[in-house]
Design a binder for this molecule. Structure first.
Ligand code: F0G
Length: 350
């Protein structure tokens, strides 16, 4: 039986005798061969389904370790800024560990499912008239003087936990893929994956991929080279104008021979619908940025035909039902509670 990240990967993590055995059995997520899109794009494409984690996003990997280390250090409360998923994961692991969580979120810009999660797990929720970057600045300062442990990805234990996804990809494929495509928001995850690939290569000579990161065009600070004061995108998860791990993301890009590029909201929403309708995988819009990036890169020749590509689907589509219903063109047909009428309709559409 899978025992969760801390137990399974302790030889790769700074675990001590005092680290609590915290887990919600996170990790060990599916790597799915995207057979239909592979054929269409002329590449060998896989999706890493991070929405299969306990709170429905990759954040569980980093949060299990960040919360465990906070407890090891004597903390009774964790705090984070969030566009939604970090807050859900922090609240869940704090609940599991029996400590308090406080989350600071941008008002009106967190998807409904994520907010529902934080409330159910029992977080203290603070919303501000500001964006994620403002919230992160505030919690960074508060955590310096108040007895609360900061669990945003500026906490190195978050990166340690999240790097384990790279190990799972290499184990599933038997080696590193040619390309690793990933959405970029605060840039912690691209940093973590690159660290994971490098460490696994050192241990197992499995090779390393080219790291391809994708920001939303309205929040593309790294791509444009300047922080964005008012980031805007339909992909609220990555609506971030001044990524905390900016320099580390650039290092991942440069060391691996990769790129960081931007994708438009139109490209994100097209990929969002495509992955659900062609492969039966429902991801949240922020996650679809990576697939939008794959499609863009294949078209421009930045990913060659025949390449082996892994795209990370960072969060579950159920987290953001509003966007799904907004973009959906499917009409729910309302009929009478009557077999003959329903049969006639069905025979008409077949
Ligand atoms: N995808 C999803 C679904 C996310 O929630 C995030 C970040 C990212 C991608 C980008 O990852 O920040 O490491 O570059 N969400 C954070 C949050 C900011 O608060 O939940 P990153």
């Amino acid at each position: 039986m899978w025992k969760g990240l801390i137990e399974e990967y302790k030889s790769f993590l700074p675990v001590t005798e005092k680290t609590p055995a915290l887990t919600l059995n996170e990790g060990n997520t599916p790597l799915i061969h995207l057979v239909n899109l592979s054929k269409e794009l002329g590449i060998e494409l896989y999706g890493k389904i991070e929405g299969a984690n306990p709170t429905g996003s990759f954040k569980d990997r980093g949060m299990v370790f960040a919360v465990a280390k906070a407890i090891e250090d004597g903390s009774k409360c964790v705090i984070c800024a969030s566009t939604g998923n970090t807050s859900a994961a922090a609240a869940a692991y704090a609940a599991r560990a029996g400590i308090q969580s406080i989350v600071v979120i941008p008002k009106g810009k967190v998807a409904l499912g994520k907010l529902a999660q934080a409330t159910m797990y029992g977080a203290k929720i603070i919303e501000i008239d500001g964006n994620f970057d403002d919230a992160l600045n505030i919690v960074r300062q508060v955590s310096e003087t108040s007895p609360v442990a900061l669990v945003n990805s500026v906490n190195p234990y978050r990166i340690e936990g999240q790097k384990t996804a790279s190990f799972e990809i290499v184990d599933a494929l038997g080696k590193s893929p040619d390309y690793l495509c990933i959405p970029v928001g605060n840039a912690g995850n691209i940093t973590a994956y690159w660290k994971g690939f490098k460490e696994y290569h050192e241990a197992k000579q499995c090779g390393t991929p080219k790291m391809y990161g994708f920001e939303a065009e309205g929040a593309a600070a790294i791509v444009t080279g300047t922080p964005i004061a008012q980031p805007e995108t339909v992909a609220t998860a990555i609506r971030i104008g001044n990524p905390a791990s900016w320099k580390l993301a650039e290092a991942a890009r440069d060391e691996s021979g990769g790129i960081i590029d931007a994708v438009t909201d139109e490209e994100i929403l097209a990929a969002y619908q495509l992955i659900a309708s062609r492969e039966g995988i429902f991801v949240e819009p922020g996650s679809a940025a990576s697939l939008a990036g794959v499609i863009k890169s294949v078209k421009s020749g930045k990913i060659e035909k025949g390449s082996q590509v892994v795209t990370v689907f960072t969060g579950n589509g159920l987290k953001d039902p509003d966007t799904a219903m907004d973009v959906s063109t499917v009409e729910v047909k309302s009929l009478k509670n009557d077999e003959a009428e329903i049969r006639a309709y069905i025979e008409g559409v077949l």
